[in-house]
Design a protein around this ligand. Sequence first.
Ligand SMILES: *[C@@H]1O[C@H](CO)[C@@H](O)[C@H](O)[C@H]1NC(C)=O
Ligand SMILES: *[C@@H]1O[C@H](CO)[C@@H](O)[C@H](O)[C@H]1NC(C)=O
Length: 246
Amino acid sequence: MERPSRVWLVFTMLLSFPLCSFALDKLNMCMDAKHHKIEPGPEGELYLQCAPWRENACCTANTSTEAHEDNSYLYNFNWNHCGIMSEKCKQHFIQDTCFYECSPHLGPWIQPADNTWRRERILDVPLCLEDCDSWYNDCKNDITCKENWHKGWNWTSGTNRCPAGAKCEKWTDIFPTAQSMCEKIWSNSYKYTTYTKDSGRCMQMWFTGQNPNRKVAEFYLNHGSRTEVAMMTSLTLSLAVLLSML
Ligand SMILES: *[C@@H]1O[C@H](CO)[C@@H](O)[C@H](O)[C@H]1NC(C)=O
Ligand SMILES: *[C@@H]1O[C@H](CO)[C@@H](O)[C@H](O)[C@H]1NC(C)=O
């Protein structure tokens, strides 16, 4: 009687182990997209605004350099689709590219994507108030013709042009608020929050020193999937109890 029950206990523990390590991986992983590395790791040569991710990154040095270029080979994206984008505005789009390409802590918000050019995307990443507000403030005197910059461009020239019928307008006419910009511009990749950088409840696009976002991802992983974790634990426990009674 004793021996088989122990065997089964060990068996159920072994079963639950991969489930736990799967959750751990979500704290340090790269999404399956166009330019991301397979696994995060050190990248000593990351360029300028992408340098904060040098210790652990999903982007290569090449991607980090290209992130700073207009019409770079990354996406052929033209920031200057309604005249030249101001430097102070563009620096936020460069930082956004570094954050998207380099961050190894976006696991809790990675979703399957229905794009031809990537298998996964991010959805509703809670952005710190300061990062969204400063982005909006530095761009609010710029001009654009579209609310969603992921879709609907005219690409016939090889780069994105405003489609017929989309007029260049004041930034604030297209995006009345910081929230509308941060959420709509990349199809809800980001979620506007009123959490500040010291809260530990929002992701920081701009940071120096140790990457503060791992702890934030950990928080959302533990709280967001609380029911899942509870279900797994109780399932494993009841299985163990059941089998030990055999
Ligand atoms: C990055 O790699 C691409 C493709 O291999 C290449 O065309 C481009 O010149 C490289 N950029 C830099 C900055 O090295
Ligand atoms: C796209 O732009 C080209 C010119 O570059 C134009 O001839 C064409 O009509 C445009 N298509 C749409 C759908 O706006």
